[in-house]
Ligand binder design. Sequence first.
Ligand code: FMN
Length: 340
Amino acid sequence: MYIIRKSFEALYERLKPVIFAATVKDPEKAHEIFVMFCRALYKTKLDKAFFDYPKNVEFKKFEFSNAAGFNKNAEIPFSILYYLGFNRAVIGTVTGEPYAGEPRPRCQRYAASQSIVNRMGLPSKGALKIAENILRYGTSPLPLTVNFAATPTKKGEQAVEDLLYTIRIMKNIKKVDRFELNISCPNISSAAEYEIEALDEILNSICDKLKDKKLFLKISPDTDKEYASGLVSIAYKYKIAGFVIANTTKRYIKKYISRFPSAGGASGRAVYRYSTDTQRLFEKIIEENNFPQKIIACGGIDSVKKAKERLSPKTLGIQIYTPFIFGGPKLIRSIKTEMS
Ligand SMILES: Cc1cc2nc3c(=O)[nH]c(=O)nc-3n(C[C@H](O)[C@H](O)[C@H](O)COP(=O)(O)O)c2cc1C
């Protein structure tokens, strides 16, 4: 098992420069190759032959999962995510209807600073197809979170209907025990930061339809203090379990983003400082109010040191996307080993 893991890690290191070089113009292709590889590995059944595959993964203290966008359409088999070292999987962003997103290329890789800027625009195969994909891989050993937002073409009541449609489809899947409402996608109004009153109406319509599933809000690292206070209060009103902090940032720093694109959100090292500051801001407001909300830390966590920096009594776990692109399975394994 050790040798197989090491070989997988070594293979990733070997192939990374080749794949990076071949996908400079459209880095999204690199992710597609990775998804194809994972599916091929799953089909060989080698994964099951060499690794223990428990029926249910239990996590005692620390949650560790991929961040949204990594497995948008539930096309990466959950067993592979488990072997990588995750003890929870996030799917999405799922929109009610299929949606194409922005034209490609819509993703820019800054390898030297281990950062990405994306303006994907919420491409999604839609709730129905994604639910089929979840079930295709049999019962997942990992608990599942569905990150969701309204289909960008829907506005007002139609947007709320769209969210309810996704909830109706996903809430009956046994392993889905959590929803994550994406209210922080840069440039997409259906998932952008809502006015607090508008969010109040949305939560009022969806919260009692979630059955026993928990709801988290995924927020922007560009959130100011006043808006953060509003979010914490409304989260308390609707018994929301907590916040995923954070999504991508619209603030570009030259050190990380050498050539500023016209649009998109930055992730990886480019967001670490902002997501950490925002996490601290929320922790402070939650503590001052003595509220029970938890925080899932996300954004540029690319080392054990940074993972530890994001730990606090409020932290439920961490999520990772961009650091995986640059650090590969080795990074996941080292963080997992250290944190568990
Ligand atoms: C290519 C790409 C696509 C993403 N798509 C989504 C998405 O669909 N929904 C979402 O909530 N966040 C999305 N994100 C944001 C990540 O989930 C995460 O919040 C952000 O990238 C910061 O974490 P990281 O530095 O570990 O990547 C995406 C990020 C990237 C790089």
